[in-house]
Each structure stands twice: as structure tokens, then as C-alpha cells.
Design a protein around this ligand. Structure first.
Ligand SMILES: [Zn+2]
Length: 524
């Protein structure tokens, strides 16, 4: 899947490197936008850049067999057991740095250094097929399974190091799962794209992946919604297509249980929705979904039913599918909640939806008391603010970010129903927020106000955050999505149009560019 998890690159980003100060192309003024469009070379498109950057993204199944021992504090690796002679494959591209005999436990063993700095080790083999200095590619057979060294039966001991400086490895099953390989696995099998994490962020611009892995993008302009889509997974973008619908809308998007995306668009006067007619297929026309309101968010219940929240002067209401892919309930009051609030949904590891609603003076949340089940009352969550985003850590704990006049704050679950206090993170004042998980499970947050865009990321899974780093100039709204290959792509809007910027590697980004050299809708 995603190859270049470069700890060196991360270190490089954490240092104030001049090269990081990329030209900030998201314009705050039409003149700037015109200049940007004029200097965008046709060759610098996702089609030209992204595939080249991700061709080595494949991770491979190390060996067929069953997991006879998982990674834990007393077992620095994972054991895959099978018959003597079972082929063993490199888990990624790399260079063989050790191929020999170790008399302390491994017996015959191989070490491979990968381009991202990670190291894989293979032990107990009956035969080695590669030598020091050999270049290997993901999936290449490098040895045959054996039971040499400290071993009670034929198996592969696979160990993964994040780099050479650590004293203990990382969980190989996590490392592989992040790259689309789930043990037990079949060598040579095609890996499936990473499933999107829902609920997706709502806002003036939303993005979600179609069932076939292509990102779809909707941006809300004054005269309705505009739609663009990747023409293939991880690939280049279509022209913008105007869809009509409510002007200056707030948008939410969610997949039906059968994979068909459904889009919700709300402004002060009207609420409409439309949906894909088949997975990855064309779209229906607009149909009425309710009256006007302030903001909306959509999530997916554990059983696949879409649930929609909407805020207005009387608080929050919700409406849900009565069966997967099926009809809708009426609008039901949630019993209050902050008036005219911004609302987002999160999803607990057990599938329970949780709603977060923020206005200028108060922040409240409520949550399902069981998967697909009833909801708690609204409870205080914090002070008022400007915008919010919800994500979850690699270990499943929800984390909420909120912006206000003095920057960004975050608050995170410390247990199933316990939360930390609000902790200040600095960052831009009064910003729009979005967050997304990196391919290795770290939360990354993007904040944009009228003059600047910054981003910040966990320095390890479930860990504290980096310093804020430049991400461009200002805009009106920002949303992040994840490509099928795991690369984050960020979409920003301004008075001049809609832009995107995408990961070209673990810590490297493209510039801000128009989609398909076309400005698309202005979003005020
Ligand atoms: Zn072992």
C-alpha cells in the first residue's frame, strides 16, 4: 500500500527546513488565483506526480500460514507457522543488509532495509535466496521457512523496526495492516484499498471515496453544488460539473450499506439530498430532505444505516434510515443542543455514533448508548468556539479539535467514556478545521483561516503533536480525505475557487493546485 513511511522525512519536517516553506498558492484574492492558474504547468497534475510517488506502495504478504504468536512485550515480532519449505517473501521493497546465520536465536536470518527507514527481519529459515546488497521488491521470495535456532516448530519470525535507533520493534501486524495486508494472508493476493473512515467531515466542501476507491469531491458555491471526481483511484480529476441544489450550502456525505454514496446539502431555506444510483455509479437528482437550518453532519450506524444531524435555532434534530439502504425516519428532536451550532459526528470503536455541536458560546455532545441504539442527553463538552473536527486515534479513542479566537484546542478520550480536559495547541485563530489519519494511523490536523493554513500531526500513533507547520495561505474552508493508497489529499476553498494538495510521500506534499487546471466554485 503506502511505502515511504520515512522517519528521516518526519525529522526533516519537524526541523524548520526552508524547503518546507512551499509557495502558498491557495489565494485569498482573485488576482492571486489568476496568477496561480496561469503558472500551473499542465504536467504538474496528480496524474503526473501521484502515481510515480506511490508505485512502490505495495506491501506484501510475508508467508502463508497461521499466526502462532502475536507481538507483545516478551515477543518482539510475529510468528507465522507453516510447513518447512513454505516460501517467505519480502514485505516491501528494500535492500538486503544481513543474510546469514545468527547463533543467538534466529538461526538463518535476513534483514531488509526499506526506503522509508523501516527494517524487516526474517528468522528461523531453512534456506536463504538473497545475499547482502541484493535489491528486493515487495513480494519477492527471499527464503524458505524452517525451524532453525530457538524454535519449537517450523515458522517465520517476522520482526519490524521503525528505524535503527529503537530498542524494540513495532507490531508487524499493525505495520502490515496499515499497508493493506492483514494476517493470515496469501502471498501474491491483490490487497484491497483501505476502507474509508466514516463519518466523513462535513462542511462547505466534502470528499468521500466511491466503492471503487476514487475520491469524489463536492464544493458548495453561491449558485449550487459543484462535483468533481477522480477518474481512477489515486488518479487525476474530472472537470467540475455543476449540480444545482441549495446555494451556499453546508454539505455532508456518507456511504449507504451497499456502497452508494449519498450527499446532503442544507442552507437556511432548504435541505436536499441525492445519491449514487449504483456503487461508484451516476447520481440521482436532488430530492427534498427537510427544511432549512444552520449545519449538517452524516454518519453510518454499526448496522450500515445512515444517520443525519442538522442544527437550527431550536437546537439539533436527527433523521436516520429505517433499514440499510432503505427509507428514512421523520426528523426527530434531540431534546436540545446548542442553537445554530456547527455539528460533527464521530464513531466509537464499538460503532456507537457520537455527536458534537459547537456554537459561539457552548459546546455539547451526546452519544449512542449502544451501537445502533438510543442516544444520551446532551451534556456539556466545553466553551464556545468557531469550528470543530472529530477524528480517532489508532487505538480507537476519539479526539476532538475546536478552534477559537486564541487558536486550536483538543480534547481526547482517556477511556471508553472519560475525556481529557481541553489542551491548547496554538495555531491559527478562528480557523476552519479538518483532520485525517495518516497511513500509519497518526492524526493530522489542518487549520485554515482567512490568511494562513497550518497543519500539525502526531509524532507517533496515539502520541502528542508536532509543532504547527506552514500549509499555505488562507481560504474559506478546508477538508481532508484519504486516497485509496493511503495518501491524504486536502481540499481548500476560497473566494477564487477550490484547490487541492496531496501527499506525494510520508511527509512531502504537492503544491496547492486547481483541480484539473480549473478554478471550480468560489466558496465564500
Ligand atoms: Zn517468534
Amino acid at each position: 500500500m503506502f511505502p515511504r513511511i520515512s522517519r528521516r522525512a518526519l525529522t526533516w519536517v519537524l526541523a524548520p527546513a526552508a524547503a518546507l516553506l512551499l509557495p502558498a498558492l491557495l489565494p485569498a484574492a482573485p488576482a492571486e488565483a489568476a496568477r496561480t492558474a496561469a503558472v500551473t504547468p499542465a504536467a504538474v497534475t496528480p496524474a503526473a506526480m501521484a502515481p510515480a510517488a506511490v508505485t512502490a506502495a505495495t506491501a506484501a504478504c510475508p508467508a502463508a500460514g497461521f499466526v502462532s504468536q502475536h507481538f507483545h512485550s516478551g515477543h518482539n515480532g510475529v510468528d507465522i507457522a507453516n510447513a518447512v519449505g513454505t516460501p517467505i517473501h519480502a514485505v516491501g521493497d528494500g535492500e538486503v543488509t544481513i543474510s546469514g546465520y545468527d547463533n543467538t536465536g534466529y538461526g538463518q536470518w535476513i534483514r531488509v532495509l526499506h526506503p522509508d527507514g523501516r527494517i524487516s527481519e526474517y528468522g528461523h529459515m531453512s534456506r536463504r535466496d538473497v545475499s547482502v546488497g541484493d535489491r528486493v521488491v515487495a513480494g519477492q521470495q527471499i527464503a524458505l521457512m524452517g525451524s532453525e535456532g530457538q524454535s519449537t516448530g517450523p515458522h517465520l519470525h517476522l520482526r519490524i523496526w521503525s528505524d535503527r535507533s529503537t530498542s524494540y520493534g513495532i507490531d508487524p501486524e499493525v505495520h502490515l495492516a496499515e499497508r493493506g495486508v492483514v494476517l493470515p494472508c496469501t502471498p501474491g493476493a491483490v490487497q484491497q484499498p483501505r476502507p474509508p473512515v466514516y463519518p466523513a467531515e462535513s462542511g462547505r466542501v466534502v470528499s468521500a471515496r466511491s466503492a471503487d476507491g476514487r475520491l469524489e469531491l463536492f464544493a458548495a458555491g453561491a449558485r449550487g453544488i459543484h462535483h468533481a471526481w477522480q477518474q481512477r483511484a489515486n488518479g487525476d480529476w474530472s472537470e467540475w460539473e455543476p449540480l444545482g441544489g441549495p446555494g451556499n450550502a453546508e454539505l455532508a456525505i456518507a456511504p449507504n450499506a451497499d456502497g452508494r454514496l449519498e450527499l446532503f446539502a442544507l442552507n437556511g431555506n432548504t435541505f436536499e439530498h441525492r445519491w449514487q444510483l449504483s456503487p461508484s455509479g451516476g447520481w440521482s437528482g436532488w430530492e427534498n430532505f427537510g427544511g432549512g437550518g444552520r449545519d449538517t453532519a452524516a454518519g453510518v450506524n454499526a448496522d450500515g444505516r445512515i444517520e443525519v444531524y442538522a442544527s437550527g435555532p431550536a437546537g439539533l434534530f436527527h433523521r436516520y434510515q429505517v433499514a440499510p439502504n432503505g427509507g428514512w425516519s421523520g426528523w426527530e428532536s434531540t431534546g436540545g443542543g446548542p442553537a445554530d451550532s456547527r455539528v460533527e459526528l464521530g464513531k466509537a470503536p464499538d460503532g456507537r455514533l457520537e455527536a458534537f455541536a459547537l456554537n459561539g458560546t457552548t459546546f455539547q455532545h451526546r452519544y449512542q448508548t449502544a451501537p445502533n441504539g438510543g442516544w444520551s442527553a446532551w451534556a456539556g463538552f466545553g466553551e464556545g468556539g468557531h469550528d470543530l473536527t472529530v477524528d480517532h486515534n489508532a487505538d480507537g479513542r476519539l479526539e476532538v479539535f475546536a478552534s477559537g479566537p486564541v487558536g486550536v484546542f483538543h480534547k481526547y478520550q482517556t477511556g471508553k467514556s472519560s475525556w481529557s480536559g481541553w489542551e491548547p495547541m496554538g495555531g491559527p485563530a478562528g480557523s476552519q478545521l479538518t483532520s485525517e489519519r495518516t497511513p500509519d494511523g497518526r492524526v493530522e490536523v489542518f487549520a485554515m483561516n482567512g490568511t494562513t493554513a497550518l497543519h500539525i500531526w502526531q509524532t507517533a500513533v496515539n502520541a502528542p503533536y508536532s509543532e504547527w507547520a506552514p500549509f499555505g495561505t488562507g481560504g474559506t474552508e478546508v477538508v481532508a480525505a484519504t486516497n485509496a493508497d493511503g495518501r491524504i489529499e486536502v481540499f481548500g476553498t476560497s473566494h477564487a475557487g477550490t484547490f487541492h494538495k496531496w501527499q506525494t510521500g510520508f511527509a512531502t506534499w504537492s503544491e496547492w493546485l486547481w483541480l484539473n487546471n480549473s478554478a471550480g466554485p468560489a466558496v465564500d
